[in-house]
Write a new protein. Sequence first.
Length: 121
Amino acid sequence: MIYSLYQKSPDSLRELALVGFLLFDTSFTIVLCDSPAGYVCRINRKRTIDLPEEADDICNALLPILTAVYKSRVMMEGTNKLVKQKPVDIDVDLEQCKTILPSFTGEGCKRKRRSSDSIEQ
């Protein structure tokens, strides 16, 4: 995924960050993937948040999870803006393009049509 973002915008590789979510049983973990040096991908795991098992604890425990998900979304939107705002350079060398000569030349019809070949309306 980070390689495909790099292909779209190679100049902003050091600023790109990917966010992933791990959800196992009752634990929620955020994983960040970035490349600050430009040649090695760094993967960081954030603190694991335990999901509530009882319905009474949902109100208290769900707020930190929603906060973490919102911050991750803002980070992903920033990465998306970086990729979209970088202009794509297209290198076109017109001298290398060769002119293609026409390969079909029509000579026209030399014989006359018969009256039975014409279409009647």
